[in-house]
Design a protein around this ligand. Structure first.
Ligand code: HEM
Length: 236
């Protein structure tokens, strides 16, 4: 029997899109690093406002780092995750911990968005690309938490269905069947990940590639403005 390659929405969004996103990510990241190395930054606005920056950025980063590490552990060690989850108490511990870090990410992200909307100076230095990144991240985090809350025991079915799908992409033998029957919100979550990968090199997300980012562990900085009095005629 001959196999037919059908070009439906699932194939476009969950097979072609991830490959396009990955190639774009690789080529454009390298190009930007070689051409505009000094733009490889999060373009911090910390010097404009520091308090909200600290209370939003820190929870967001700790939350997202733990969540993405969790996704990575599931990807690399699916059998270990399934074995861990085989005892109900351990499954609850994993699910509740993931939810706590998911919510930490969401609270931090909402704080970042609120800070950029509220402060006029920060709104001024926020580009359209920044708003797009924040919007896509919000959809991603929201759809992840929604998935965790409404499609029970995600850590187990992630290991047994989403992970084989991801490996099928890595091994260049894509099998969209693993995820084709998933609910819309889960598909949105998967497609969101590919959108983020594609946006990566064109936005401030590139700073992830040049860690460490010291503001995660240093104390909030005090920034003194020396120029203001001189500008307003008040001397040095
Ligand atoms: C940019 C990439 C991604 C980000 C930022 C992200 C973020 C998140 C967040 C914040 C959660 C909520 C965690 C919780 O509250 O328990 C989550 C859950 C989840 N994500 Fe992702 N995700 C990404 C990529 C993916 C991909 C590619 C897949 C699958 C192919 C996936 C599958 C899942 C599943 C199944 C859950 C539910 C886990 C559970 O119930 O404990 N995610 N994700």
């Amino acid at each position: 029997m001959t196999e037919h390659f059908t070009l439906d929405f699932d194939t476009i969004l969950m097979v072609i899109l991830p490959y396009v996103a990955f190639v774009l990510f690789l080529v454009a990241s390298i190009q930007r690093y070689r051409g505009q190395m000094f733009t490889y930054s999060s373009l911090s606005s910390q010097f404009l406002e520091n308090r909200h920056h600290f209370w939003a950025l820190v929870p967001f980063h700790y939350g997202i780092i733990v969540i993405l590490l969790g996704h990575l552990i599931g990807l690399l060690l699916p059998q270990t995750v399934l074995a861990w989850n085989s005892q109900p108490l351990r499954l609850y511990i994993l699910e509740v911990s993931a939810l706590v870090f998911g919510l930490l990410t969401l609270v931090g992200l909402l704080g970042i968005i609120y800070r950029r909307m509220r402060d006029i100076q920060i709104r001024f230095v926020t580009s359209t690309a920044d708003w797009i990144v924040l919007g896509v991240l919000l959809v991603q985090v929201f759809s992840g938490i929604y998935t965790a809350l409404f499609y029970g025991w995600g850590s187990s079915w992630y290991a047994s269905t989403a992970v084989p799908y991801l490996w099928s992409l890595v091994l260049l033998s894509p099998s969209v069947e693993y995820v084709a029957a998933m609910p819309v919100m889960v598909k949105l979550h998967i497609i969101g990940a590919w959108a983020i990968l594609a946006l990566f090199p064109f936005t401030r997300l590139v700073h992830v590639l040049v860690v460490p980012n010291h503001y995660l562990w240093r104390r909030p900085q005090l920034v003194r403005w020396y120029g203001i009095r001189r500008l307003t005629g008040g001397g040095a």
